[in-house]
Write a protein that binds this ligand. Structure first.
Ligand code: CU
Length: 128
């Protein structure tokens, strides 16, 4: 009888430990992005359906950050300017799958960005 109760208590405690640790793992992995780079953007075509960066244009108030998350299995970058004319305001470098990149935008204006690896990937941050 006592052994039975102890067994139940131990199983409940182990269950709690396992469920807590998986919640911690999830909160570490999942970064909430304002803009995502979805799968299959490493091949041309996403620009035709406006799905290279989602959304490709974002409007924010000045003083706010924008976070990009690479949800593709390939490397991508978030680099300011245009492919043939980078502006050197920001550059994420090559983002691994599920890596994120955040930029604070304090000044009003339109900020073009692109991917250094895939010239068809383009977007804009509009700061009002
Ligand atoms: Cu890319």
């Amino acid at each position: 009888m006592i052994i039975g109760i102890i067994t139940v208590i131990v199983i409940v405690i182990i269950g709690l430990i396992i469920s807590n640790s998986s919640i911690e793992k999830n909160s570490e992995v999942v970064v909430k992005g304002d803009i995502i780079m979805p799968t299959k953007t490493s091949r041309p075509g996403c620009e035709k359906i406006d799905r290279c960066y989602i959304p490709s244009v974002i409007v924010i108030d000045s003083g706010n950050p924008v976070t990009w998350v690479n949800e593709d299995s390939a490397f991508h970058s978030v680099t300011s300017g245009f492919y043939d004319e980078p502006s050197e305001l920001f550059d994420s470098g090559h983002l691994d799958p599920y890596e994120s990149f955040t930029v604070d935008f304090d000044e009003k204006g339109t900020y073009d960005f692109f991917c250094t690896l895939h010239p068809w990937m383009k977007g804009q941050v509009i700061v009002e």
